[in-house]
Design a protein around this ligand. Structure first.
Ligand code: ASP
Length: 317
């Protein structure tokens, strides 16, 4: 039994491992761990108080995958509800679908009895949102009033490119759990890329991109520039490399090299966590200094480990 997470999962990992200690399922452990991260206002990349899109609206993406059955559920661009991971689990368990987005996701949250959360940000975070736009838009002659009414503008694509800072504004939480029965589950939740174009989905709600689990081989989840993981099908590729007989370290490295080989104009940071079917774990990143955490039932607290670096030279524009 084990729980592995991105380092911002530290607030939830004890709850997750306790569920496994008590004989609970990997799915329950992943959901419980991620819910605590989603509720943490100090994390500006997941759930409540996440950085918003360019219109100042928090849009959440999440997914969950059950490695026993390969069933999965996901929500994207969810507005007005906090626990995207629970909703993703309900998509998996209550509907014949895998992915709900936007209004349909909110409608389903209401149907499932989730409490509405009309204000998803603290006032300070709203100020950060406006401060980020002001210099760029101000230079073009726009006023604070224009920023307040940015939703009515027809030139958002121009501004989203100006306002986006790939290094500063990203973040996501990954959880992978393996329970007593050997079943693996992966969960991912994020408020996505801040100041993003409305409706933009990253890798987090895309099964195979930011999240994949298969009991027979292992599991993987990503944080970083979601567009890259979508293009390279990173989480699925990593598990596929395990299926082809590569070791966990080799599979992670191969998945990172696939990302490094991507062409095009927009290449940034990518991080992944993974386990194999035997519960061995690994964390990889394209940059120095990134860590991940893991905990087993006998450990009183989680341990934080450095991620192995496979450099990916950034390109932007
Ligand atoms: N992967 C997330 C996304 O692209 C963001 C992140 O992890 O930094 O939405």
């Amino acid at each position: 039994m084990i729980v592995v997470a991105s380092s911002n999962g530290s607030i939830g990992i004890e709850a997750a491992i306790e569920i496994l200690r008590q004989g609970g399922t990997a799915v329950a452990a992943v959901e419980a761990g991620i819910r605590l991260v989603e509720a943490n206002p100090e994390d500006n990349s997941v759930g409540y108080n996440g950085y918003p899109n360019i219109l100042g609206e928090v849009e959440l993406d999440a997914s969950i995958m059950n490695g026993r059955t390969l069933e999965s559920g996901a929500v994207g661009a969810l507005k007005g509800y906090l626990h995207a991971i629970t909703l993703a689990r309900q998509v998996m368990e209550r509907l014949p679908h895998v992915l709900l987005v936007g209004e349909g996701a909110s409608r389903f949250a209401a149907e499932m009895g989730h409490p509405p959360q009309p204000e998803m940000m603290l006032p300070d975070t709203r100020t950060v949102w406006a401060d980020r736009l002001r210099p760029e838009l101000g230079q073009a002659g726009l006023t604070d009033d224009d920023i307040a009414h940015i939703a009515s503008r027809a030139d958002l694509a121009r501004w989203v490119e100006l306002a986006t800072d790939p290094e500063r504004t990203k973040g996501t939480v990954n959880f992978i759990a393996q329970d007593k029965a050997g079943n693996i589950c992966t969960g991912v939740s994020t408020s996505g890329w801040a100041w993003k174009y409305p409706g933009r989905l990253g890798d987090s709600p895309i099964i195979g991109a930011g999240n994949y689990a298969d009991n027979r081989y292992g599991a993987a989840a990503c944080t970083g520039m979601g567009e890259m993981a979508i293009r390279a099908s990173t989480a699925h590729s990593l598990v596929f490399y395990l299926k082809m007989g590569l070791s966990l370290a080799e599979a992670c490295e191969r998945a990172m090299i696939d990302l490094r080989d991507l062409g095009g104009r927009f290449i940034s940071v990518m991080n992944l966590v993974a386990i194999d079917k035997d519960g061995n774990h690994a964390g990889f990143s394209s940059v120095d200094g990134r860590t991940y955490i893991y905990q087993t039932p006998d450990m009183p607290e989680c341990e934080e480990l450095a991620r192995t670096v496979v450099p990916i030279p950034p390109r932007w524009g």
